[in-house]
Design a protein around this ligand. Structure first.
Ligand SMILES: [Zn+2]
Length: 125
């Protein structure tokens, strides 16, 4: 098995319809073993060997919750929308994307134009 975030784990992700709470941070999650994203049904691989995922930390009441930021536009395969998230090969790319997301949140005052995916990558620490 290549990569810790394998397709089986990707299948555990789900698209978050609506987010309650307040964004505290745009985060880059390094994932050294490699991020793979694909469709389990037809075995199409969309992403392989990426090292960084983009996410948000959100304060929800007394808790904080981390989300991944979904790909935009969304990817559909085999008749269903996939919970793919933004991932990058290099930290520089991830940083640039994080800055764009932060600018978007600042502009909109919310995450309404972001697609969020509920977090399922195993913690890398
Ligand atoms: Zn498919």
């Amino acid at each position: 098995m290549i990569g810790a975030v394998n397709q089986q784990e990707t299948e555990c992700l789900r698209i978050q319809e609506e987010m309650m709470g307040e964004v505290t941070d745009v985060l880059i999650f390094p994932h050294e073993p490699g991020i793979n994203q694909g469709c389990k049904k037809c075995r199409t691989v969309y992403v392989s060997g990426h090292k960084y995922a983009l996410g948000l930390r959100v304060k929800e009441g007394d808790n904080t919750h981390d989300y991944l930021i979904g790909v935009d536009p969304p990817v559909s395969c085999c008749g269903e929308q996939k919970a793919f998230f933004q991932s990058f090969v290099s930290n520089e790319e991830a940083q640039a994307a994080a800055e764009m997301v932060q600018a978007q949140i600042n502009r909109d005052g919310s995450t309404k134009n972001l697609r969020l995916v509920d977090w399922a990558i195993p913690s890398s620490n």
